[in-house]
Design a protein around this ligand. Structure first.
Ligand SMILES: Cc1cc2nc3c(=O)[nH]c(=O)nc-3n(C[C@H](O)[C@H](O)[C@H](O)COP(=O)(O)O)c2cc1C
Length: 218
């Protein structure tokens, strides 16, 4: 009996050494996005006719290709040689960051590498708004201005520029969604400090708006 207990204790020790509890915690993994498909889409004037906000979402996930296309339309790199983006920014500050809140965590869009970098492993979609659909829709984009990158802007202009930059990106997403038959709405109604804390922002990283994206509820 004693021998068995000693053996069991030994085994438990070996298991603890091999698989320490902190290794069992789920590590969020980066998502390599597929190259964006940049030659599709419906004619611009038809898309403008269909642009609208929606608050009815299916919980169906967006395929990685759709995510890649949407993020490229939003704020991707469209001029590799100069690093230019699909949305303009004052003095080309490129201060905007897009955090992508999904069921499997929050990721930061890296336009150059075309990768979603893991930020938080938890599902914090409910924190991105006060309306019930936000926790069911597959994607909530969190627009953040990293004001440390606005090196040429006067302090009094920074918030205004951040708001303008967000508008360009958000409209890109609206037009992409109208083209692809996706539902979207840009939103200001959310708890800014709570969301900033949840995604670990510094004080000079300011959340501007949030935008929900998903398939329309049938
Ligand atoms: C700055 C801004 C903040 C908004 N905030 C919210 C919001 O918190 N919740 C929401 O459901 N819609 C929000 N909207 C969407 C507007 O309600 C919507 O654009 C407006 O009703 C016009 O509808 P349309 O986009 O379909 O033309 C916001 C829009 C903007 C531009």
């Amino acid at each position: 009996m004693r021998k068995t207990l000693a053996r069991l204790a030994q085994l438990a020790l070996v298991l603890l050494i091999m698989y320490p509890p902190w290794c069992l915690a789920q590590e969020p993994k980066a998502i390599q996005l597929s190259p964006p498909q940049t030659d599709g889409g419906r004619p611009l004037m038809k898309v403008l006719k269909d642009r609208a906000s929606s608050r009815n979402y299916s919980p169906e996930k967006l395929p990685v290709q759709v995510l890649s296309n949407m993020l490229w339309a939003a704020y991707g790199m469209n001029r590799q040689e100069s690093g230019g983006r699909t949305a303009p920014s004052a003095s080309n500050s490129q201060d905007m960051e897009i955090y992508v809140a999904m069921a499997d965590g929050v990721f930061l869009y890296d336009a150059k590498a075309n990768v979603l970098k893991p930020v938080v492993a938890d599902d914090i979609r409910a924190l991105t708004g006060r309306q019930p659909f936000v926790k069911e829709a597959p994607v909530n984009l969190i627009y953040v201005s990293d004001q440390s990158k606005m090196t040429r802007a006067a302090p009094a202009d920074k918030d205004f520029y951040a708001a303008a930059h967000t508008g360009f990106i958000s409209q890109n997403v609206y037009l992409f969604c109208a083209s692809e038959g996706l539902a979207t709405v840009v939103r200001a109604s959310f708890d800014r400090p709570a969301l900033a804390k949840a995604i670990g922002l510094r004080p000079d990283q300011k959340i501007t708006l949030v935008q929900t994206v998903g398939y329309p509820k049938k």
